[in-house]
Ligand binder design. Structure first.
Ligand code: KG4
Ligand code: ZN
Length: 364
């Protein structure tokens, strides 16, 4: 049994998880969300995020250890997210995990946050490694900081085939929510309001135009279109981008519903194109914070069914940023490297520097 401790701190969540790499069992995961600290600013303030991470990294690691019923000296491998994300936030979890590895003379593995999301559909409390995964598949990852499309051929084997030209999907929810005076993060509130409105498309915002052979989203234009539509109707002032007194709760609900249906259409059209263009894939997966949205899950699941493909999505607790997804990737990276090292007759666990990719940390 080799135990792995992973830390994720790329944005405003401090998270840690412990995985038994031999069985793939997730022994614990703990996190502290800073949402309440950033709410009044309508978005994440990097300086506040990194300072709060300094306070929470130690208690969260202790909490993960306690939940798993193990002590620090039982940990055989350390891992942390090294990119992409807010540099000040990444540095806290990364340096903490690497410092522990160094002090305890254990291997350290740096993990790409996006790879964590890509494989998060397949995390279960038990046996995260042996759960059968259909390859090849397409992963659609949408969150506050990124919206990517990946062609996935194996554990750790994937290539980005699409992206966003500008803002991420979650950013569109968050920015438009701010525009109509809804709390941060906007996504969950917009989902609730849309449900209330029955997912009706009141305002018919513009959908992304697709060019053949390109798999690109663009959500910045959508934000501008919503802004100008609200200005035209007299509900927002252009100069201040603040609501006027005519922006009632009813209109907010209608804007939310129209926005969600629009983003649903954009994702559905893209998924339909992808499954048509790559008929060999076995499945479609939907991951990242935005994948918490049940309406979007249902839309994409229907598209996959129409193409007779399987559909997977991450459990909601593993959709937003979390330590389990980093532990999961670190787990198979370690297991694969160990297999490789056996072939090469190398004793990898005693070669911590082999795993250190920290030169990449500022690559963003
Ligand atoms: O993955 P995540 O926790 O952080 C990043 O890596 O960015 O994603 C956070 C994003 C936010 O933009 C939030 O509004 C969005 O996920 N989100 C949702 C929902 N829950 C969270 N978007 C739409 N519907 C939801 N239910
Ligand atoms: Zn993320």
């Amino acid at each position: 049994m080799a135990l792995l401790l992973a830390i994720e701190s790329s944005c405003d969540d401090m998270a840690a998880a412990i995985l038994d790499t031999a069985t793939g069992t997730l022994l614990s995961h703990a996190f502290f969300s800073q949402i309440d600290m950033h709410k009044i600013y309508g978005g994440v303030v990097p300086e506040i995020a990194s300072r709060a991470h300094i306070q929470h990294v130690r208690p969260i690691v202790i909490s993960a250890l306690e939940k798993a019923g193990v002590t620090l000296d039982a940990i055989d491998i350390f891992a942390a997210t090294n990119r992409p994300g807010l540099a000040g936030s990444l540095l806290i979890g990364f340096s903490f995990a690497k410092g522990l590895a160094w002090a305890l003379k254990k291997p350290f593995i740096a993990i790409d946050h996006l790879e964590g999301h890509i494989f998060s559909s397949f995390i279960t409390a038990e046996n995260t490694v042996s759960k059968p995964i259909p390859f090849p598949h397409i992963a659609l990852s949408a969150s506050g900081g990124h919206s990517g499309i990946y062609y996935v051929t194996g554990l750790g084997e994937y290539r980005e085939i699409g992206n966003t030209r500008d803002d991420a999907a979650g950013e569109a929810f968050d920015k438009i929510a701010k525009l109509i005076n809804l709390d941060y993060p906007g996504g969950p509130i917009i989902e609730k309001l849309s449900q209330k409105a029955g997912f009706v498309d009141f305002y018919k915002y513009p959908r992304t135009k697709h060019s053949p052979g390109e798999y690109l989203f663009s959500f910045s234009g959508l934000k501008t279109a919503v802004l100008y539509d609200l200005v035209k109707r007299g509900h927002v002032t252009l100069a201040s981008q603040k609501p006027t007194e005519t922006l009632t709760d009813e209109i907010r609900t209608q804007v939310a519903s129209s926005l969600l249906v629009c983003i649903g259409d954009i994702f559905a059209t893209m998924s339909d194109r992808l499954l048509r263009d790559f008929p060999e894939v076995q499945a479609l997966t939907f991951v990242g914070g935005v994948a918490c949205n049940q309406y979007l899950r249902d839309r994409l699941s229907n598209i996959a069914a129409r193409h007779q493909k399987q559909f997977f999505t991450s459990e909601k607790k593993y959709s937003t940023d979390n330590g389990a997804m980093i532990a999961h990737v670190a787990g198979y990276t370690y297991t694969q490297a160990l297999g490789q090292s056996k072939k090469e007759d190398r004793d990898l666990p005693h070669l911590p520097s082999f795993f250190s990719y920290d030169k990449d940390i500022f690559e963003e």
